[in-house]
Design a binder for this molecule. Structure first.
Ligand SMILES: N[C@@H](CCC(=O)N[C@@H](CS)C(=O)NCC(=O)O)C(=O)O
Ligand SMILES: [Fe+2]
Length: 357
């Protein structure tokens, strides 16, 4: 018997896994995301579970872990890989170490390569493996930063993951294409990077030429995760605003998802803080958005209506996050940032004015 839920963070395409033993109600969370802690706490409480541990498969580069915040909220304990270099955990897990919840347990296997502290957690009956960014579905974690090594990853996957039964399900830390799980047999056969037919030299050559841009959140995420997600300056979280279902980011910004804005656009003032050429450029803009470039925002804040909530927008969500801070300083209290900016708005195929297909 196992209670099992797969949860998703659309901002970073991260999967978080909730596992619990229904007999004792003891639970663990694998790879929680800071911005999703409210959601995770609500689910855990609704299901009547007691969160014992949060586990991180590795020091993530693309999002901040929810481990520290969950410990604050629920008193859970933090477990990280001994080789991860993360400080402030309650337990450092060595390969072969077991994390027990009720009558069930997960066993850690060392699968370095994406980072040198990566762990894969295998369920006691070998029916599921949580591979982090070692094996992704038809892919694998990149090996070009955080002590990454393609050669090491190749060996980790062959020795530690492909040695599991073919029908063992694989649950990765991310998927960028909408897939949710796979199996050892499936990846051995069909993984284009790491399938059984691919030799070590070919894999290494391929991984050294991926040429991917660094994750957008890397400069924030890595140092934060090396402290298990503890903010550098302890902030007391502001009270949850009630005008929209907002999330509070690690950087201390209230954010809103595009789906809500699409349905409630008429109830808010949309302030686009890009430059005019971007507003009228290929990404287009949201219907009804008012253009106030970030550099002009402080002087033109008085033009905005202080009785109506404000949603700030830019290309990726970074400048508009700064805009929320400026507007708060200018005395507006119902302000939120559109998460992911126009890039995510367009990726979700919401309508725009102007712009090109
Ligand atoms: N565009 C993403 C980058 C995501 C990324 O680089 N993900 C890492 C995992 S932390 C990876 O290994 N990706 C493998 C791949 O995309 O093939 C972001 O900005 O967050
Ligand atoms: Fe990663």
């Amino acid at each position: 018997m196992l209670t099992f839920r797969q949860l998703f963070d659309p901002q970073s395409s991260t999967y978080t896994y909730l596992l619990a033993d229904p007999a004792t109600r003891q639970a663990i969370l694998i790879d929680p995301v800071f911005e999703q802690v409210r959601r995770d706490v609500a689910l855990i409480e609704e299901l009547g579970l007691k969160l014992l541990w949060t586990l991180d498969t590795h020091v993530h580069a693309d999002h901040v872990t929810g481990a520290w915040l969950l410990r604050e909220r629920l008193g859970s304990r933090i477990a990280v890989g001994a080789a991860s270099g993360a400080e402030g955990a309650d337990r450092a897990i060595e390969p072969g170490g077991r994390v027990v919840f009720g009558k069930r347990y997960l066993e850690a296997r060392a699968t370095p390569g994406h980072t040198n502290g990566c762990l894969t957690y295998v369920l006691d009956d070998r029916s599921r493996a949580f591979t982090g960014d070692a094996v992704l579905i038809r892919g694998c974690g990149r090996t070009d930063f955080q002590q990454g090594s393609a050669r090491m990853l190749y060996r980790s996957v062959r020795e530690q993951i492909y040695s599991l039964p073919d029908d063992c399900l694989i649950y990765p830390a991310h998927d960028y294409r909408g897939l949710t799980s796979s199996s050892v047999g499936e990846e051995r056969r069909y993984n284009p990077r790491l399938g059984e037919a691919v030799g070590e030299g070919d894999f290494v050559g391929y991984m050294e030429n991926l040429g991917l841009a660094h994750p957008k959140q890397m400069e924030v995420a890595v140092p934060a995760n090396l402290q298990c997600g503890r903010p550098a300056v302890a902030r007391t979280e502001a009270e949850q605003p009630d005008w929209a279902p907002l999330t509070y980011t690690f950087a201390g910004i209230w954010e809103l998802n595009p789906n809500w804005l699409e349905e409630n656009a008429r109830a808010v003032q949309i302030v686009d803080v890009r430059e005019a050429d971007e507003f009228n450029g290929p990404l287009g803009h949201i219907e009804g958005a008012r253009l106030v470039p970030l550099g002009k925002l402080a002087e033109r804040a008085g033009d905005l209506d202080d009785g109506i909530p404000i949603v700030t927008v830019c290309r990726s969500g970074a400048r508009s996050a700064q805009a929320t801070v400026l507007l708060k300083k200018a005395g507006f209290d119902k302000v939120a940032n559109l998460a992911g900016g126009m890039l995510r708005w367009r990726a979700q195929r919401f309508p725009v004015e102007g712009g090109t297909e």
